[in-house]
Write a protein that binds this ligand. Structure first.
Ligand code: NDP
Ligand code: 2IT
Length: 451
């Protein structure tokens, strides 16, 4: 019988090896560290998981593709970006995960996102493996024609690596309906195939209803489930939300539908606080139609709202905090401020938005903390439902998709909660999510042999 301290030593040794093999990839190492440090109880109970190099294989992508993306701007100048697709793990199904277009993208960032995606996708209970991709391209300030040429160039290389049974990308930061349209068009043109190779498509041509809403709606449903577990609900609660993109907008929408009130949103220039609650029609007009910035929201909204340049939403008192912008956007100082202001629930709409020391502070303070790989899984879950609809050549009603999403989020909550209890960490959704996701992938990998 392996003891828990022997297991911890093995995991610590593995972590050192992984650190040595992946220098200068801090986000990837942060994500691996966060998972491995919660696995000791499950490996002590089931030592077969430590055997045939399973953790080493899990931490090494099955395939990594990097490529040149040349494109011409409207003045004829040539730009060269770098494209990535990390196909991390396909034990449970085709690689599945978004594409991120943002100047901060590099291999380590895509690997962290792909690694998280493995466990997130496993938690949905659907047949999808984990992958992620993107580019250091900045779509802000580019014309539609420039974005189209970039997407066409990106797909001209990517198409040979993906396919409906191989790898199915979707959106993430900087990639929404417009970009998916251009990417899909180029894939179809090159391959002469209409297949479910991308999700988040437009609603008249294969996209699922509720996919744009799914990540934000799902995160609010997860937060509601954590509150319900404690005999409480969302009614009348005040929420702080960061970001003002796809995830943030539909988080704010679902909060309002369930009787709570979001008072903030943000972008990389600062945040808006609106004491009457965010006016969603105005925010959608500025962000989705005009592709503008949040300071415009404060200008147009009038006296109830103000823009705080360079500030962080976490300084605004609230019952619920829903980070929905980017990684490491909520640190230990922010956590201390939120705790001081009486926050009850923190649920991650973004991927890894909370730094590890901030997570520790929330957990020590007894705050319900929902990790992204569980809380934001609604987006990829509805992507898998989009694939199912495409394969059946049908489309479901919005009510049906939302009902499925609600079941999936409640099931993920129950799974994480019960798994944490089973492994001696009641109320610890981080441990619950990591172990439950790990068990499903690890069982499939063990059954499929050393590959
Ligand atoms: P969007 O591009 O629609 O919006 C991103 C928002 O976050 C913008 O307001 C953006 O501000 C802000 N932001 C991005 N990077 C930074 C940064 N480095 N510093 C400050 N603000 C930043 O992306 P999404 O809403 O789709 O994604 C948000 C998060 O949710 C990401 O972590 C993503 O991985 C995660 N996620 C997304 C899913 C989806 O279905 N789309 C599913 C699950 C998770 P600005 O415009 O100024 O850059
Ligand atoms: O982080 C994520 O889960 C996403 N960006 C969505 C992935 C998907 O395939 O829908």
């Amino acid at each position: 019988m392996t003891t828990r301290s022997e297991t911890k030593t093995t995991l610590a040794q593995l972590l050192t090896e992984i650190e040595d093999r992946n220098p200068a990839q801090p986000e990837f190492l942060q994500a691996v560290h966060e998972v491995l440090e919660t696995l000791a109880p499950v490996i002590a109970a089931r030592p077969e998981y430590a055997e045939p190099g399973l953790i080493e294989r899990l931490c090494e992508p099955e395939r990594q593709v990097m490529f040149r993306v040349p494109w011409q701007d409207d003045r004829g100048r040539v730009h060269v970006n770098r494209g990535f697709r990390v196909e991390f793990n396909s034990a449970l199904g085709p690689y599945k995960g978004g594409l991120r277009f943002h100047p901060s993208v590099n291999l380590g960032v895509i690997k962290f996102l792909g690694f998280e995606q493995i466990f997130k996708n496993a938690l949905t209970g659907l047949g999808i493996g984990g992958g992620k991709g993107g580019s250091d391209f900045q779509p802000h300030g580019r014309s539609d024609a420039e974005v189209m040429r970039f997407c066409q160039s990106f797909m001209t290389e990517l198409y040979r690596h993906i396919g409906e049974h191989t790898d199915v990308p979707a959106g993430d930061i900087g990639v929404g309906g417009r970009e998916i349209g251009y990417l899909f068009g180029q894939y179809r043109r090159i391959t002469n195939r209409w297949e479910s190779v991308l999700t988040g498509k437009g609603q008249g041509w294969g996209g699922s209803l509720i996919r744009p809403e799914a990540t934000g709606y799902g995160n609010v449903l997860f937060a509601a489930a954590m509150l319900r577990q404690r005999g409480e609900d969302l009614e009348g609660r005040t929420a702080v939300v960061s970001g003002s993109g796809n995830v943030a907008i539909y988080t704010i929408e679902k909060l309002a539908a369930l009787g709570a009130n979001a008072v903030t949103c943000s972008d990389s220039s600062g945040y808006v606080v609106d004491e009457k609650g965010i006016d969603l029609d105005l925010l959608k007009q500025i962000k989705e139609v005009e592709r503008g910035r949040v300071d415009t929201y404060a200008e147009r909204r009038g006296a109830s709202a103000r823009f705080v340049p360079g500030g962080r939403v976490w300084e605004v008192p609230a019952d619920i905090a829903l980070p929905s912008a980017t990684q490491n956007e909520l640190n230990s100082d922010d956590a201390a401020t939120l705790i001081g202001n009486g926050v009850k629930v923190v649920s991650e709409g973004a991927n890894m938005p909370t730094t590890p020391d901030a997570v520790d502070l929330f957990q020590q303070a007894g705050i319900a903390f929902g990790p992204g790989k569980a809380a934001n899984a609604g987006g990829v879950a509805v992507s898998a439902l989009e694939m199912a609809q495409n394969h059946a050549r049908t489309s479901w009603t919005a009510d049906r998709v939302e009902e499925e999403l609600t079941h999936i989020m409640n099931d993920i909550h129950t799974t994480c909660h019960e798994t944490a209890e089973r492994y001696g960490a009641p109320g610890d959704y981080v441990t619950g999510a990591n172990i439950a996701g790990f068990e499903r992938v690890a069982d499939a990998m063990l059954a499929q042999g050393v590959i």
